[in-house]
Design a protein around this ligand. Structure first.
Ligand SMILES: Nc1ncnc2c1ncn2[C@@H]1O[C@H](COP(=O)(O)OP(=O)(O)OP(=O)(O)O)[C@@H](O)[C@H]1O
Length: 672
């Protein structure tokens, strides 16, 4: 190993250790000051006036805040002592002499010594873009709106563990190769890991993209979409640290356990954790108080168990973009008849129907309730100009009340009902106080039209995972609720609903300033598993990474007992995580009763991602990954249709290292 690297590491660790000690003594001092002041306040409680108490309290809170920041800083330094950096590159600025090439070490966080010399550069620093973006040769970076050209003359991957240099690899190519292979070969953890050391070029482009208002990432299973979205957040928090706050980022995730699974990535990157919400949690906040709804999760479960049932049909007709168009045009047409075409006489002055209609349409971009308010202002003005008698002009709220009485429908619910009835009697099932999920978002769209909707104005960035499970009408509402920048990720091949939902085309129509990116390399599964899964993919490309492992197995069984035995055998392995992924609830319950080894069930109630043996269904395994995956009950009933093919794709791509499909010998799935 090069001595220069050993020396640099020693120097770095020295500086870091110094900084660690300094921070520690600073923290102790702060703590001491805090306690002293607190003691003083208690002792002299009776002698301090309220202004002094206030002053001291402010000081205490400042010490506390300061102390907290120091603790966070020390934690970063501690992590850096373990592994200060993972790469190095040497850059020669154009015009400089070759001996003047500058060396940069890149790490999870930046670090400068006491003199202010930057010893480690944060991976998100502008200059570090070159590490991910360029190979040896011509390169440039942009900082403070200025482009700096030059040549990358060295690029190294460095592994440091427990402050010890493990290896140094010169890479002439991209960051592919051994390091990535090694990372991917590892067994799963109970939480998602950061990928800073091996972010690939196409991923890096998305992480650092600042131009698009809406970024849509379509990526094959295991292409790192979720990882990329989280690193993008970390990048934004770094780049826009003066204005962007972690608590103002909103992640909409498919289920609770997924939220837990991704929860450590940002803290690992030195950022505050970001709580994610499920669609059900968000929906509860959007609907008026007292209105309940069947959960998205519950409804999806039922639709999956009966894809041709009535519920599925009701949901299906509201799933595609043409439904949004129908509702939009219904509301557009309603505009010209919602306010009855009648004159109104207020305080003896007759307001002509034409005039009222004109005002009503003039404010078309506003919700109905706001329109009436604006009209009331206009009417008061008009009345004032015509007022020639003694007496009082009615006040605004009285006028609004009069106008409201002239509305054909008096609530969003009435409007929605009249619309949905035009779609056929079997198209809906709701009461005043309770909705099926498939009616919730169309209703909220009407609510927006009628009186507006709760907007998350403080949210600065909106992230949505598993985009293919959302329908255009849901996007139409969500885009009104979250008007900030958005990162939307998913895979059209991993649809969990058996009908058309959002499509690339619909995104194009519904969102302006949109950048659509595709990721086709799969990093999660071994080459053999990814290739096997490819046959279940509807369309599109999947490029497996060349990390080899065992061929997936299709094991036949004749009886349930035989299948159970196979499961037991496979589950006894040395990996950290094994998942038995059933198609639906029914199969899960059968196994739950009959499995004879310790396992945990992962479903809608699960809030924590557990290692060990997990029994789950495709619906809940989405987005997650396991070392070993077993897909049981692969028979002609379960896996038959084109939709089932997609489910097989989801299930098999959850596997990183081993995949076994248990096939009913007498009635095998025709999809195999
Ligand atoms: N550049 C990379 N370096 C190392 N590991 C990576 C890289 N990109 C992705 N991975 C790993 O690949 C796995 C899949 O990533 P992730 O879950 O983000 O993919 P996804 O596209 O969201 O998958 P899915 O759609 O199947 O849920 C993770 O273990 C992630 O850490």
């Amino acid at each position: 190993m090069e001595t220069s690297e050993i020396i640099y590491l020693e120097k770095t660790i020295n500086e870091l250790t110094k900084a660690y000690k300094k921070l520690s003594s600073n923290i102790i001092d702060q703590d001491h000051n805090f306690k002293e002041l607190q003691k003083y306040m208690v002792e002299y409680k009776n002698e301090l006036d309220k202004f002094q108490v206030y002053d001291y309290q402010q000081t205490l809170s400042m010490i506390d805040k300061h102390g907290f920041a120091r603790v966070m800083e020390r934690e970063q330094v501690r992590k850096l002592i373990e592994s200060p950096y993972f790469g190095r590159f040497d850059f020669l600025y154009h015009g400089d002499h070759p001996s003047e090439a500058e060396t940069f070490y890149i790490g999870r966080f930046g670090f400068a010594d006491e003199e202010g010399t930057q010893i480690i550069y944060d991976w998100r620093a502008p200059i570090c873009n070159m590490y991910y973006e360029f190979e040896i040769g011509e390169a440039y970076y942009i900082a403070m709106d200025q482009q700096f050209d030059g040549e990358l003359i060295k690029k190294r991957q460095i592994k440091i563990e427990n402050s010890k240099l493990q290896y140094v690899l010169d890479s002439s190519l991209t960051i592919q190769d051994q390091v990535l292979q090694q990372t991917l070969n590892q067994h799963t953890n109970d939480k998602m890991r950061t990928i800073v050391t091996s972010i690939q070029r196409e991923q890096n482009k998305i992480v650092r993209n600042e131009s698009a208002y809406n970024v849509i990432i379509q990526g094959v299973a295991g292409s790192g979409k979720t990882a990329v979205a989280l690193h993008r957040i970390a990048y934004y928090l770094y780049k826009f640290r003066d204005t962007l706050r972690a608590e103002r980022i909103f992640i909409l995730s498919p289920n609770k356990v997924f939220g837990d699974y991704i929860s450590t990535v940002l803290p690992e990157l030195g950022e505050e954790p970001i709580r994610s919400f499920t669609l059900d949690e968000l929906t509860e906040k959007l609907l008026p108080a007292g209105v309940t709804f069947r959960s998205f999760e519950g409804e999806t479960k039922e639709i999956l168990s009966n894809p041709n049932g009535e519920l599925a049909l009701r949901a299906k007709m509201k799933g595609n973009y043409s439904f949004v168009q129908k509702l939009q045009s219904f509301l557009f047409n309603l505009d010209s008849r919602l306010l009855k075409n009648e004159n109104i006489s207020i305080a003896g002055v007759v307001l002509q129907a034409d005039y009222l209609q004109g005002r009503f349409l003039q404010y078309r971009s506003e919700p109905i309730v706001t329109r009436l308010e604006l009209m009331a202002d206009d009417i008061i003005q008009a009345l004032k100009s015509k007022w020639d008698r003694e007496g009082k002009i009615p006040n605004k709220s009285e006028i609004i009340k009069r106008l409201k009485k002239r509305l054909l429908f008096s609530s969003p619910l009435e409007i929605y009902r009249s619309f949905i009835e035009t779609q056929g009697q079997n198209s809906f099932k709701f009461s005043k106080k309770h909705f099926e999920f498939n009616d919730v978002y169309p209703y909220l769209f009407v609510q927006f039209y009628f009186k507006g909707i709760k907007q998350y104005e403080l949210v600065q960035h909106f992230v949505l995972d598993e985009m293919q499970d959302y329908t255009p009408i849901q996007y139409a509402v969500l885009s009104k609720v979250f008007t900030c920048k958005r990162t939307i990720i998913g895979d059209f091949s991993q649809a969990i609903l058996p009908y058309e939902t959002i499509s690339k085309e619909a995104f194009g129509v519904m969102f302006n300033n949109l950048e659509y990116v595709e990721l086709t390399t799969s990093y999660r599964s071994s080459y053999e598993i990814a290739l096997y899964a490819k046959k279940f993919m509807h369309n599109g490309e999947i490029h497996p990474i060349a990390r080899h492992g065992e061929e997936p197995k299709e094991c036949m069984y004749l009886t349930f007992e035989q299948m159970l035995k196979q499961i037991h055998e496979i589950a006894m392995n040395d990996y950290r995580t094994t998942a038995i992924i059933c198609k639906g609830e029914k199969d899960l319950q059968i196994l739950q009763e009959r499995l004879n080894i310790p396992f945990t069930v992962l479903d809608g109630q699960t809030g924590k991602f557990e290692t060990g043996l997990v029994l789950t269904t495709i619906q809940y395994a989405k987005g997650l990954e396991f070392d070993v995956v077993i897909v049981p009950f692969v028979n002609e009933t379960n896996y038959r249709t084109e939709f089932d093919r997609g489910l097989m794709y989801i299930a098999s791509t959850r596997a990183m290292h081993e995949l076994t499909v248990l096939v009913d010998k007498e009635a095998p799935s025709p999809l195999l």
